[in-house]
Design a binder for this molecule. Structure first.
Ligand code: UDP
Ligand code: MG
Length: 138
């Protein structure tokens, strides 16, 4: 059971004006925000963040997409944060995401899928530390 997860509102959702609705949905689902900021990723930073996918066919497009606009990065706190947040955002492919999930409501495609959510407690801690220093976390 974890207390934190890391998320990004991806460039598609930010540029389409969905950030406010998404943050509201996150808060209404019981998460509190420990840290949050606007970020524009470099190719190097995006490639490093998604390094586990480096050999996958979609890697270059994913880096291109993630550097195409501003994102909102955040650390969220809740009991069972990682699993509960994955349920809130829905499946990677929005066509397979349950009705009412953030990806079902706001994602355009399997690549431009509106949100990131950590997939384990260990990755949540690493991803939170990758984006935020101690004095940015409350
Ligand atoms: N992705 C993609 N094509 C795919 C699978 C994934 O473009 O076939 C992108 C998508 O933006 C996804 C990210 O790569 O969110 C990371 O993939 P992962 O399998 O970790 O999905 P997630 O954990 O984000 O649901
Ligand atoms: Mg993942």
């Amino acid at each position: 059971m974890s207390n934190i997860t890391f998320t990004m509102i991806k460039p598609d959702a930010v540029s389409n004006g969905h950030s406010g609705k998404i943050i509201d949905q996150i808060i209404q689902a019981g998460f509190t925000i420990q840290a949050m900021k606007y970020v524009r990723l470099s190719k190097e930073t995006a490639g490093s963040f998604y390094g586990i996918h480096r050999e996958r066919p979609f890697f270059n497009d994913l880096v291109e997409f993630m550097t195409s606009g501003t994102i909102v990065a955040a650390i969220l706190v809740k009991e069972n944060a990682v699993a509960d947040f994955r349920n809130l955002i829905g499946a990677t492919d929005p066509k397979k995401a349950e009705p009412g999930t953030i990806r079902n409501l706001f994602a355009k495609s399997i690549e431009a899928n509106a949100m990131h959510g950590s997939d384990s407690d260990e990755n949540a801690a690493n991803e939170a530390n990758f984006f935020f220093s101690a004095f940015e976390r409350f």
